[in-house]
Design a binder for this molecule. Sequence first.
Ligand code: HEC
Ligand code: HEC
Length: 302
Amino acid sequence: MSEKHDAPGIPTTGHVWDDDLADLTNPPPKWWMLGLAASALFCVVYFIYYPSFPISSTGSFTKGIGGWTAIKEMEADKGEVDAVRGKFETRLKGLTPAAILADSELTEYVKRSGKVLFGDNCAACHGQNGIGTHDKQGLFAPILNDDDWLYGGKIEEIHASIENGRQGMMMAGKDMLSATEIDTLANAVAKGQPNATPLFAEKGCTGCHGPDGKGIQAMGSANLTDKVWRFDSSVEGIKYTISYGVNSGDPKARVAVMPNFKEAGKLSDAELKKLAVYVYKFGGGQADAPAASKAPEAGVAK
Ligand code: HEC
Ligand code: HEC
């Protein structure tokens, strides 16, 4: 170690390496010192103004003189959101679902805000975004994002389904039909040609499913010609449906009940309207205008 280095006259800390690499005691630049003082001052002010220092192990702390709390900040933010929502919600209240649908700004609002409402109340049975649960839970709730409807896909019909609930009924056939008759009917239905057997009309199936077997929307009776299945598409499965019926009261009946949300009182009128628009906007909603313009798609599950 020696005192030889490039800046003679400036004292060193005493650390010199390789004779010419020395640790000088120059003061740091002024701007840097000012910055240091300013940040120290900032810390002191911040500590006094905001809640900062823990005082005890029970969780108390210095509250700060500014009165800031995380809760107050959150409430202020929420207030802003509520103010924006409030405008839309007030407009919604006075409108029918069809009128909401006609207003693109409101529809956009419902599309975004309806997600939670649908998720909380409907998705357990109908699946997120109405894609269905594919009967994993045996709830037999129909898919809502296609254009195949039991009770109709017009906005008023969807609204009525949600408000009042739906419960199709088909009686158990096992006491009225012989095993051979059930077999014949099931095979014809499985092919999508219920009228291939005269039994379909003779045994009164046409009374609910219509003379052409295409279903009657007022009854929610399934279309038996489109190969879109509510329950089970196998011949065995169809025999089961015909034997025990749907919501028939028979202990083995297929059960498919859409709850009555208005009666349950859990959802407000505005929420029921929002849900109707939300479901319509899954993409399967049908306009009032030329009804016959769109051919029903076959081969999709209901
Ligand atoms: C407990 C399960 C369940 C819940 C919860 C439920 N649904 Fe349903 N939903 C059903 C079933 C089952 C049907 C079919 C009823 C039938 O077959 O007669 C149905 C039918 C419908 C229909 C008529 C579909 C058509 O093809 O015509 C609509 C629309 C509907 N639900 C919307 C909703 C909305 C919106 C919610 C939430 C507010 C909801 N559902 C909650 C089970 C449920
Ligand atoms: C009282 C009215 C009524 C009568 C009579 C009736 N059905 Fe039904 N049927 C329904 C309803 C309603 C549904 C749909 C239930 C639902 O989806 O909740 C249905 C559903 C079905 C299904 C299930 C379709 C699917 O997509 O899984 C089959 C199969 C069926 N009916 C066959 C028959 C046959 C065969 C007869 C005559 C023996 C018959 N039905 C008589 C009302 C009836």
